[in-house]
Write a protein that binds this ligand. Structure first.
Ligand SMILES: NC(=O)C1=CN([C@@H]2O[C@H](COP(=O)(O)OP(=O)(O)OC[C@H]3O[C@@H](n4cnc5c(N)ncnc54)[C@H](O)[C@@H]3O)[C@@H](O)[C@H]2O)C=CC1
Ligand SMILES: CC(=O)C(=O)O
Ligand SMILES: [Mg+2]
Length: 372
């Protein structure tokens, strides 16, 4: 198969879809790998490292899209990239379609087959291609949140760990999955007083067993959230209903109950955000204020630590990428229901239920498509 990897073009996105190691594994299995020039530079991989792996460097994204049977990326295709997708072409990347009708429409119109990293599953009920970036974004959240808390950035001027004689910052993490657990660990490590909310009791039991002495856990209800945010210096939004638009858990009216200069970090922004006042921002201009409360809502947080993120993502995507290239998408999805769970779009049809629900579009079952 011809596997193509363009340079990411989302603002300040320095990750790349394939590492030289992934390219080498694909080439060793007889595939042709085509990399856009300088695609890996932001992650510290120069053209020579791809050439040494057996890949071919081309000058433009147009050449990559025109040549490849499968496009491997990191971020959802931008409008100009969507125009280059064609019928029968396979796209393997993050999509986050539920909050993005324009992208959904363009992917359907292109006739391509699109497998979304964020809805591929594993046998433990996890999301193995979301998890590495959730680990990164979770660990970054208290770091960017504490920067936002600084007075010069609009925050309350509270130090995470406090100092002897002055108490620590109060951090609320809503959602105790991968992002939430990593965020809570780091915030607690910085010395903050941390409470994690989740609505899954098994998850709360796990968190209490493993981290009981490090941070507190509480069952997530509207009432508990309303009470806790009044006293919070920082609230980290880390909920997910896979594939679906994020539920709104803090309303605009509730901002007036919070402390002036408190910080909301909405990691769930890539699924539309879990605070009513969240709107996606970029690394170039990451924060804004609403009713005295600071918001950080960058939808591609891991791009800030591109080298770590590219390698972590590549470790997770590589086996799936090799299966898709080796067997073709249909056989690979027939053989692996967890990969099939990633199928969001095929030949003008939407194949992911939660996206159809969010956007009011008809959905065809992925099983019907692979078994046709
Ligand atoms: N902004 C960015 O750069 C990045 C964003 N993300 C996003 O972060 C979000 C979280 O991802 P993961 O932690 O991997 O998901 P996960 O599935 O591991 O965890 C989500 C947790 O939210 C909980 N939850 C659902 N509804 C809830 C509610 N109403 N109250 C409290 N908890 C609730 C679930 O029980 C689950 O434990 C996703 O939207 C993901 O796409 C992930 C990586 C990077
Ligand atoms: C998960 C995701 O969208 C990201 O890493 O940018
Ligand atoms: Mg994202």
């Amino acid at each position: 198969m011809k596997i193509g990897c363009p340079k990411e073009i989302k603002p300040q996105e320095f990750r790349v879809g394939m590492t030289p190691n992934a390219a080498q594994e694909a080439v060793a299995r007889g595939h042709e790998v085509i990399i856009e020039t300088n695609a890996g530079m932001g992650s510290g991989f120069d053209n020579d490292s791809y050439v040494a792996a057996g890949a071919r460097i081309v000058d433009t994204a147009e050449e990559v899209f025109a040549t490849a049977d499968m496009i491997v990326k990191v971020k959802e295709p931008q409008a100009v990239e969507r125009k280059m997708l064609r019928e029968g072409q396979l796209l393997f990347t993050y999509l986050h379609l539920a909050p993005d009708p324009d992208q959904t429409h363009d992917l359907l119109a292109s006739g391509c087959t699109a497998i979304a990293y964020e809805t591929v599953t594993d046998r433990n009920g996890g999301l193995p291609l979301l998890a590495p970036m959730s680990e990164v974004a979770g660990r970054l959240a208290p770091q960017v949140g504490s920067w936002t808390l600084q007075k010069a950035n609009g925050g309350r001027g509270v130090l995470m760990g406090g100092v002897p004689g002055v108490g620590p910052a109060k951090v609320i993490v809503i959602g105790g999955g991968v992002v939430g657990t990593h965020a809570a660990k780091i915030a607690a490590g910085m010395g903050a007083d941390v409470t994690v909310l989740d609505r899954s009791l098994p998850r709360l039991r796990y968190l209490d067993d493993v981290f009981g002495g490090t941070f507190k856990s509480q069952y997530s209800t509207a009432g508990a959230t309303a009470e806790l945010i009044q006293d919070a210096d920082m609230v980290i939004g880390a909920v997910l209903i896979p594939g679906a638009a994020a539920p709104k858990l803090i309303s605009r009216a509730q901002l007036s109950t919070m402390k002036p200069g408190a910080v909301l970090v909405d990691v769930a922004i890539d699924q539309g955000g879990c605070f009513e006042t969240s709107k996606a921002t970029t690394h170039a201009d990451p924060i804004y204020e609403v009713d005295g409360v600071m918001h950080y809502c960058v939808a591609n947080m891991p791009g800030a630590v591109a080298r770590t993120s590219t390698i972590a993502l590549g470790n997770a995507t590589m086996p799936f990428l090799l299966a898709l290239a080796g067997k073709g998408w249909k056989k690979a999805c027939q053989d692996d229901p967890h990969l099939l769970a990633g199928l969001n779009v095929h030949a003008g049809q939407l194949t992911y239920e939660a996206v159809g629900t969010a956007l009011g579009l008809d959905v065809v079952s992925p099983e019907a498509i692979v078994n046709a």
